[in-house]
Design a protein around this ligand. Structure first.
Ligand code: FES
Length: 582
């Protein structure tokens, strides 16, 4: 057990050596305290220190198995000659965080960025799963631009209820509407609850977690095949171990997020989201991640790139299968290959593997054409996210056409307005509500600033009296988000949001609204003069918080059209080692 100090063995001096490399008092201080965990001296000899940034939490059930995966990542890092250190980071569960996990995405990203910059590490494995955990860690890593690789926890196994495939979230909405319509008993709903979540992992539908896992892979930030391996499949552990090996080489090569997440990589991701029928939440997260790398990405890019992409992945909520079947069919690499064959992929985009995207996917095989459909049998030929603009949404609003009812994509209807979510909850179940199925439900004050945090309430449930007629969809417009597992003709992210005085704030009951998704238009049918007069009368709510994180969020959050990041966090600040405090 020689304790003599050896100079750095690595080809170049790494940033962790600013803490650990040397014989001075400060270095002995940093090393010595680490040694209380039993790390041998040669762990500090200049080899890469890799942070395994773990969003494990028992209150983030989708990530509750990540301690196990972290051990596999560690094995890989050791095998490749690195020094792994597991670091817990802020974890926000979609299923339980109030007022909404989205309010904490930016807080988590801030915490991750500083955890990377302020501590002795040379690269990071981003261990994520539940919806917000993936973008928050990608945003933080992008702002440091330190070598990073994503490992997701993988989706849950299929749910089944009385022989029927049951998807996370998707069937929660379906069953809850069925109970309201009197088609399902409350007891059956309770029994179905246990059948939805059969194993560790994230939502098994093409919801936001699966979409963001797919976005990570399409961006090139995860190893090929990562997105779809079920959480409990042994190959998920293999993926973790291989990623651990890979990050060590990435540090050696200084392969950074900015080398991988280029404009072309974002275009690949946008087209992929159309092909998989991915979540509208991917829009907001990719805009925010791009903002951290300094890539000029806009809603117009989403519309331009997604417009001609067919949705070929037959998964709920748009289709019928779940992530398990997607994996068995060949997973995301098959989709990327299809995009490449259709001329819709930047084939030369670099990935964290060191290979191009095309090199990784060109030889994969589709094992089930009912899950990954031929283009002629696509769920929809225009699967991308559509961006609508007009006097009701001057900065844009989004809709996922593959989850909408085709007959409602061009529609004119009378507005039934809810001033906020409490107003909606108080009145939606009242049979006296003046509404029919041709009306348009309008929900205000649920945007990034308004809710606050932009909750997933945009797919507001229909009035029971409409459901009882057997009608399951109406046009809905809000400045909120929608769960990626949800469906319907739902127009979201209306910008500017009502809470900042956007036109949505002045819609009144009885106004007529026109939407034209193919024409990409949304219009409040009042004159320009009337709209200007109403906006002039609008005033900001007086009950804003004056302290705490909620104040910070409301004061600095940007609009959904640019990703709802905090204004002072956009951009890449790198990872200077800073000064020592000792
Ligand atoms: Fe965590 Fe869906 S609630 S992934």
């Amino acid at each position: 057990m020689s304790m003599s100090f050896k100079p750095a063995q690595w080809p170049r001096r790494l940033r962790s050596q600013e803490w650990f490399g040397g014989t001075g008092r400060d270095q002995i201080y940093h090393r010595g305290w680490m040694k209380n965990q039993g790390f041998p001296h040669d762990m500090f000899d200049g080899r890469p220190v890799i942070g395994i940034l773990n969003t494990w939490s028992e209150l983030t059930p989708c990530n509750a198995h990540l301690r196990d995966l972290a051990e596999r990542v560690k094995n890989g890092i050791y095998e490749a000659g690195g020094f792994p250190v597991e670091v817990p980071v802020f974890s926000a569960a979609e299923s339980s965080f109030r007022p909404t996990a989205m309010m904490f995405r930016n807080l988590a990203a801030l915490a991750v960025e500083e955890a990377m910059r302020g501590q002795p590490m040379d690269g990071a494995v981003l261990l994520v799963g539940c919806d917000k955990t993936t973008p928050s860690l990608l945003m933080g890593a992008a702002s440091t631009d330190m070598p990073s690789i994503v490992v997701t926890g993988g989706p849950m196994l299929n749910g089944y209820f009385r022989g029927e495939r049951v998807g996370s979230g998707t069937h929660l909405w379906k069953f809850s509407e069925a109970v309201k319509a009197g088609e399902m008993t409350a007891e059956d709903f309770l029994e179905a609850e246990a059948s939805m979540s059969r194993s560790p992992g994230s939502c098994n539908t093409m919801g936001t977690a699966s979409s963001m896992a797919s976005m990570s892979e399409a961006l090139g930030m995860a190893l090929s095949g990562n997105a779809t391996i079920p959480a409990v499949d042994s190959r998920r552990r293999v993926m973790a171990q291989l990623s651990g090996r890979r990050i060590v080489q990435m540090v050696k090569d200084d392969l950074k997020p900015s080398d991988v997440m280029t404009k072309n990589a974002f275009e690949n991701a946008i087209r992929t989201n159309g092909a998989i029928g991915g979540s509208t939440n991917a829009v907001i997260h990719l805009l925010a991640i791009a903002g951290r790398v300094g890539i000029d990405l806009s809603l117009d890019d989403w519309d331009r790139c997604g417009r001609d992409v067919a949705t070929i992945v037959n998964l709920m909520p748009s289709g019928k299968y779940l992530m398990e079947e997607f994996f068995y069919a060949g997973g995301l690499p098959v989709v990327l290959k299809r995009l490449g064959e259709a001329g819709l992929l930047h084939k030369d985009a670099l990935t964290v593997s060191g290979e191009t995207m095309w090199d990784q996917v060109k030889d994969v095989v589709n094992h089930n054409e009912d899950v990954i459909l031929p283009v002629e049998k696509a769920l929809t030929q225009q699967g991308g996210i559509a961006v609508l603009k007009g006097n009701l949404a001057p900065k844009g609003a989004v809709i996922k056409p593959s989850a909408a009812s085709p007959h409602l994509l061009q529609h004119r209807g009378r507005a039934v307005v809810f001033e906020d979510i409490d107003d909606y909850k108080a009145r939606i179940n009242d049979d006296a509500l003046d509404v029919d199925e041709t009306c348009i439900l309008v929900l205000k004050n649920c945007g990034p600033k308004g809710y606050p945090g932009m909750a997933e309430v945009g797919n507001m449930g229909l009035p029971p009296k409409i459901l009882k007629k057997g009608i399951t969809d109406m046009v809905r417009i809000s400045d909120a988000r929608m769960s990626g597992t949800a469906y319907g003709t739902v127009i979201l992210h209306t910008s500017p949001e009502a809470a900042t005085g956007g036109p949505l704030a002045v819609v009144r009951n009885g106004d007529m609204i026109e939407i034209d998704v193919p024409g990409r238009h949304i219009r409040l049918d009042i004159s320009d003069e009337e709209l200007a007069a109403r906006l002039a009368q609008w005033s900001e709510p007086a009950d804003r918080p004056t302290s705490g994180y909620e104040w910070l969020h409301q004061t600095h959050v940007q609009g959904a059209d640019t990703g709802a990041d905090l204004d002072f966090l956009r951009g890449c600040r790198g990872a200077p080692v800073g000064r020592d405090s000792h």
